[in-house]
Design a protein around this ligand. Structure first.
Ligand code: F0G
Length: 467
C-alpha cells in the first residue's frame, strides 16, 4: 500500500472536466481487492482509492473487433489514411479509448521483424528461428513512440496543456517530439550524467525544458509525480495506462509479420517494466478475444547492475498471486536499497532503474505468459550489441540485453534451439554512440572493431587497406 499522505495528492491529478463515461472504455485499479473503476476522461495514473496502478479496460461486447487478426493487415492497402498508416492506430479496435478526432500520430510503428540467422548462431539457435523486432525505426528512434501516440491522444482528449516525464533518455526524446506536434508545453526530468548523449540531444533539439536532477532515474520518477500532481501537468511515464495500450501494438506487429502466428518466446529488456506489462496485457486480451490460440512465453532481461525484478522474482519468490502481491517483500527490498544508498549502475543506461513503477503489472504479465526473468552483465550486453550491430540493424545497449539473455537461456536449456523467438530491439544504435565507440575503440570486447591509425601517406594507406 502507498503511504496515506500520498493518496490525497492523487486527487490533484483529476482534471476538472465533465465525467463523460465512454461507452466502450474505462480505467480499473489492478488491485482485485479494490477494483475501483474510473472514466477515461480522468488523467489519474494511480488509483485514487488505494494508490495502485490502473489499467485501460474495454467493454469488448460494444466494440466491433475484427474477427481475425488478418483483417487489421488489410489496412496496409489504405496507407493514405493517417490512422491506417500508423502502426498503432491500424489496430485501433484493440485500444479503443479515444474518438478518432483526438488520435495523434506522427507516423510511428513502421517497424520491421528481421529474421537473423547470424545472431541466431551467436545465441546457439537454429537457423530460421530467431527474429529481431527493430523498434529503432520509430520517429524518435525507440519503441517509446508506440506508447506516446496513444498517451498523447489521451492527453488531447482530456485537454491537457502541459506534460512531463522522468526519463533515462528515450521517453524524454519521444515526449519532446510528440509534445511539439500536439502543441503542449513539455518538461523532462533526467538524472545528471545518467543519459546517453543521443537522447539528451533529442530532448533539447525538440524544444523540451530539460531539468537535470542531481540523482538517478528513480529520484526523477519520484519528483516528476509530485510536480505533476502539484501543478496539474499530464504525466507521460509508463504509469500512464494509455501509454501501455500503444505499446501493445509491438506484439501485434510481430504476430502480423509472422503471418499472424505467435512465436514461442518474446524477449524484452526490463527497466521500468512498461513494455513487459503491455505485452502481457496484449496477449491476455488477444486470447480472450479468440484472436490467438496460444500465448507466447515472455523472458524479461535486466542488467545485473539494475536487477530488482530478477532479485524479487528469482530470489525472493515474488509472485502476482492473483493480485495478492506480498507487499512486504517489495518494501523490505526497497528499504534495503535505501539503507545501502544503492543506486543502479549499468552501461545500458536506458534500464538503469532500481524501483520499477510497473512492477506489479509485470508480475501479472509473467503469470499470464509463464514468463522468466534473468539478468546479464554489461560485458554480455556489449558483446551481444556488437554482434547485432555487425549482423543486424544495430541497437543501443539495453536492447542487446535481449540477445544476451537469449544466449543465457539457451545455455540453461530454458529455450530450445528450434523454438521461434522474437527479441525486441527497443532503441536505435545511434542513441548511445559513447558505449559503442568505447567498446570498439578501446578494444573492450570479443567483437571490438577498432579504427586503425594511418599516416597521411597514400602508399602506407594502400598497404593497410590491402591488409
Ligand atoms: N530499452 C530501451 C531502449 C529503453 O529506453 C527502455 C526504457 C527500456 C528498454 C525498458 O523498458 O521501462 O518498458 O521496461 N526507457 C525509459 C526511459 C525508462 O525513460 O526512456 P521498460
Amino acid at each position: 500500500m502507498w503511504p496515506c499522505s500520498f493518496v490525497p495528492c492523487l486527487f490533484v491529478f483529476l482534471w476538472s472536466l465533465p465525467m463523460k463515461r465512454s461507452d466502450t472504455a474505462f480505467q480499473r485499479c489492478i488491485n482485485p481487492a479494490c477494483g475501483a473503476e474510473f472514466d477515461c476522461m480522468q488523467a489519474i495514473f494511480k488509483c485514487p482509492r488505494c494508490g495502485e496502478l490502473l489499467d485501460a479496460c474495454y467493454d469488448w461486447d460494444k466494440i466491433e473487433v475484427p474477427r481475425r487478426m488478418n483483417d487489421f493487415g488489410k489496412r496496409w492497402a489504405n496507407r493514405q489514411h493517417r490512422l491506417d498508416f500508423s502502426g498503432i492506430w491500424r489496430f485501433r479496435e484493440l485500444l479503443s479509448f479515444c474518438p478518432d478526432e483526438y488520435k495523434v500520430t506522427i507516423g510511428e510503428g513502421q517497424t520491421i521483424l528481421q529474421l537473423n540467422d547470424s545472431v541466431a548462431k551467436y545465441a546457439d539457435m537454429k537457423p530460421g528461428r530467431l527474429y529481431l523486432q527493430y523498434e529503432g525505426l520509430n520517429p524518435s528512434g525507440s519503441f517509446k513512440d508506440n506508447g506516446m501516440a496513444a498517451a498523447f491522444s489521451h492527453a488531447m482528449m482530456t485537454e491537457a496543456k502541459s506534460c512531463a516525464c522522468a526519463s533515462t533518455g528515450n521517453t524524454s526524446a519521444s515526449v519532446a517530439i510528440y509534445a511539439h506536434s500536439c502543441g503542449l508545453k513539455c518538461t523532462v526530468f533526467i538524472g545528471q550524467g545518467r543519459i546517453a548523449f543521443g537522447k539528451l540531444s533529442q530532448a533539447m533539439d525538440y524544444g523540451a525544458q530539460t531539468i537535470q536532477i542531481l540523482g538517478d532515474f528513480d529520484d526523477c520518477m519520484r519528483q516528476v509525480q509530485d510536480v505533476c500532481s502539484r501543478l496539474g501537468i499530464y504525466l507521460l511515464n509508463s504509469l500512464n495506462p494509455f501509454r501501455l495500450e500503444g505499446q501493445k501494438t509491438i506484439m501485434y506487429r510481430i504476430i502480423e509479420q509472422l503471418g499472424w502466428e505467435v512465436p514461442d518466446w518474446i524477449i524484452v529488456p526490463g527497466g521500468n517494466l512498461g513494455n513487459s506489462s503491455a505485452f502481457g496485457k496484449a496477449f491476455a486480451e488477444l486470447k480472450q478475444l479468440g484472436l490467438i490460440k496460444q500465448i507466447p512465453r515472455l523472458a524479461i532481461i535486466n542488467a545485473t547492475g539494475a536487477g530488482t525484478l530478477t532479485d524479487l522474482v528469482n530470489s525472493k519468490n515474488l509472485l502476482w498471486n492473483n493480485g495478492q502481491v506480498e507487499q512486504k517483500i517489495i518494501d523490505d527490498y526497497y528499504a534495503d536499497l535505501t539503507s545501502r544508498h544503492f543506486s543502479p549502475r549499468t552501461c545500458a543506461s536506458a534500464i538503469e532503474i532500481s524501483r520499477p513503477v510497473n512492477l506489479k503489472k509485470c508480475l501479472r504479465a509473467i503469470d499470464v505468459c509463464n514468463g522468466v526473468v534473468r539478468a546479464v552483465s554489461d560485458e554480455e550486453i556489449c558483446d551481444a550489441k556488437a554482434v547485432i550491430g555487425r549482423y543486424g540493424l544495430g541497437c543501443e545497449p539495453a536492447s542487446a540485453a535481449t540477445v544476451a539473455g537469449l544466449k543465457l537461456l539457451r545455455t540453461e536449456g530454458v529455450i530450445a534451439p528450434d523454438e521461434r523467438v522474437a527479441c525486441v530491439l527497443t532503441g536505435h544504435l545511434l542513441k548511445d554512440p559513447d558505449v559503442t565507440v568505447g567498446y570498439h575503440k578501446d578494444k573492450k570486447g570479443r567483437f571490438s572493431n577498432p579504427p586503425v591509425e594511418a599516416p597521411n601517406d597514400l602508399e602506407k594507406i594502400v598497404e593497410l587497406v590491402k591488409g
